[in-house]
Design a protein around this ligand. Structure first.
Ligand code: NAD
Ligand code: MG
Length: 401
C-alpha cells in the first residue's frame, strides 16, 4: 500500500475560506503554469491545493515547494520516491499513478478544478470532480469531445458549473452573460489558421514537427499546437461548443482571423453580434474562469486599436485542411464519432511528433479509424471508453506504434 494514507481536509475550512482553492490538474503544462501565474498574482483570491504532473518531477517539486499544496500527484510511478523525498516535512500528501488522479479529484481540499491535463486522460478525473461537486474550469476540450453528453448531464444533475477556459469558448461564455433567455442564431468561432494558413497540400506534405509546433500567436503544449496547425483544434472546438452551449451543429461557424484579437462571437436572433476581444493571452480566460462572475484587475498588455494592423476574416480551407472536415462530419453524425475522431487524432499527433507519420498522413489515420470502429448512436460512458480503446488500437496499428 505504497500510496495509502488518510486524509483529513475539513469541509468547515472549505466553507469558511474566502480564498478559492484550485486543484490544478496538469500543473506542469502550458495551462497549468499560467494558472499558477494567476494564483501567484492573486494570493488573496486563490490558492493551489492540488498539483498534478505526468512526468516532469523537477517542475512539480519546484511548484509544490512554492505553493505548498495539500496534495501532489505524479503519474509516472517510478518518480514517486524522488517527489516524496523532496517534499518531506512539508505536510504535502504525495500520490502516484493514474488512479491517484481520480482519487485526488474526489478530495475535498479544493473548490474548483483547473482541468489542464491534455487529451482523453483528462476525462476520468474531471468526471470525478463533477461527481463530488467541484466547479470546473475546463481547458481540457477532449473531455467534451469524447463524452460531452455524459459530462454535461452529470454536471446538470450535480448542479456543477463548467466554465470554459478555451479562449473561444470563454469569449462566447462572456458574450452570453446576461443573455440567458435570449435565443442564439449562431456562434462564430475564430481560428488563427495556425502556422500553415494559406498553404496547399504540396507544401503540407513536407512539413516537419519543428515547423508545425510553432504557433504564430499562442505558446501552447505540443499536442494542441499540432492540432492548431492541422485545424483539428477548431474541429474539436466546434464539438466542445455544441455541448457547452447546447447548440445544433448548423449553429456553429468557423472563420479564419489570423490576428487572434476577436476570440469568438455570438450572433443573436435579432441579428446583433457580440464579440469578445483582446490580445491573445491565455491568462485572461484562465483568470476569468477562476474568478467568475467577477472580473479582477491585472496588468496584462492592453490592445491598442489605433496602432494595430487590420483585423481580417476568411473562410477556412476545408479541402486542404481535411482534419477540420472530418471533425465537422463527426460533429454532425454525433454518437461515438467524435470520441473515435479524438482517439485517432491523439495517436496521429503522437506519431507525427515522433516523426513516424507525415503531416498529411495524420488525416489518413483518422479517416481510416473513423471508418473502422463501429458507429454507436447513443453510447454509454463505458461504450465511449471502449470506442476510445478500439480506435487507439486500430490507429496504433496503422502507424506501427
Ligand atoms: P501541455 O502538454 O502543455 O500540458 C499537459 C499537462 O497534462 C502537463 O501537466 C502534463 O504533465 C499532464 N499530462 C499529460 N499527459 C497526461 C496523462 N496521460 N495523464 C495525466 N496527466 C497528463 O498541454 P496544454 O497546452 O497545457 O493543454 C492542456 C489542455 O488545455 C489541452 O486539452 C488543450 O487542448 C487545452 N487548451 C490549451 C491551451 C493552451 O494555450 N495551452 C488553450 C486552450 C485549450
Ligand atoms: Mg482555443
Amino acid at each position: 500500500m505504497e500510496f495509502d494514507f488518510s486524509y483529513d481536509f475539513s469541509t468547515e475550512e472549505a466553507a469558511s475560506s474566502a480564498v478559492k482553492r484550485i486543484g490544478v490538474f496538469g500543473s506542469t503544462g502550458s495551462i497549468g503554469k499560467q494558472t499558477l501565474e494567476v494564483i501567484r498574482a492573486n494570493p488573496s483570491l486563490f490558492s493551489a491545493t492540488i498539483l498534478t504532473a505526468y512526468s516532469n518531477q523537477d517542475l512539480l517539486i519546484e511548484q509544490a515547494l512554492e505553493f505548498l499544496p495539500k496534495v501532489v500527484v505524479i503519474i509516472e510511478k517510478g518518480k514517486y520516491t524522488k517527489v516524496k523525498e523532496a517534499l518531506e516535512g512539508k505536510g504535502i500528501v504525495v500520490l502516484a499513478g493514474e488512479e491517484a488522479l481520480e482519487e485526488a479529484a474526489c478530495m475535498d481540499c479544493f473548490d474548483m478544478m483547473m482541468a489542464g491535463i491534455v487529451g482523453f486522460a483528462g476525462l476520468k478525473p474531471t468526471l470525478k470532480a463533477i461527481e463530488t461537486g467541484k466547479s470546473i474550469a475546463l481547458a481540457n476540450k477532449e473531455t467534451l469531445v469524447v463524452a460531452g453528453d455524459v459530462v454535461m448531464a452529470l454536471a446538470a444533475q450535480k448542479g456543477v458549473k463548467i466554465i470554459p477556459v478555451d479562449s473561444e469558448h470563454s469569449a462566447i461564455f462572456q458574450c452570453l452573460v446576461g443573455e440567458e433567455k435570449n435565443p442564439i442564431e449562431k456562434i462564430i468561432l475564430t481560428a488563427s489558421g495556425g502556422p500553415f494558413i494559406g498553404k496547399k497540400p504540396n507544401y503540407l506534405v513536407n512539413v516537419k514537427r519543428e515547423h508545425a509546433i510553432m504557433h504564430p500567436n499562442w505558446s501552447m503544449g505540443a499536442k494542441i499546437s499540432i492540432d492548431s496547425s492541422s485545424l483539428m483544434n477548431k474541429g474539436l472546438e466546434m464539438i466542445e461548443a455544441k455541448w457547452l452551449f447546447n447548440l445544433e451543429p448548423a449553429q456553429i461557424e468557423v472563420v479564419l482571423h489570423p490576428q487572434s484579437i476577436i476570440h469568438s462571437m455570438v450572433q443573436f436572433k435579432d441579428n446583433s453580434i457580440k464579440a469578445q476581444m483582446g490580445l491573445p493571452d491565455m491568462k485572461l480566460p484562465i483568470q476569468y474562469a477562476m474568478a467568475y462572475p467577477k472580473r479582477i484587475p491585472n496588468d496584462f498588455p492592453r490592445f491598442n486599436f489605433t496602432k494595430s494592423a487590420a483585423l481580417t476574416f476568411d473562410p477556412p480551407d476545408i479541402k486542404t485542411f481535411r482534419n477540420l472536415g472530418l471533425a465537422i462530419t463527426a460533429l454532425h453524425k454525433g454518437g461515438n464519432m467524435p470520441c473515435i475522431l479524438n482517439a485517432a487524432n491523439e495517436l496521429a499527433v503522437y506519431g507525427f511528433l515522433k516523426n513516424r507519420l507525415g503531416f498529411l498522413d495524420m488525416t489518413e489515420v483518422i479517416e481510416q479509424t473513423l471508418a473502422y470502429v463501429p458507429f454507436i448512436e447513443s453510447p454509454t460512458l463505458q461504450e465511449y471508453f471502449d470506442s476510445d480503446a478500439e480506435a487507439r488500437n486500430y490507429a496504433a496499428s496503422l502507424i506501427n506504434l
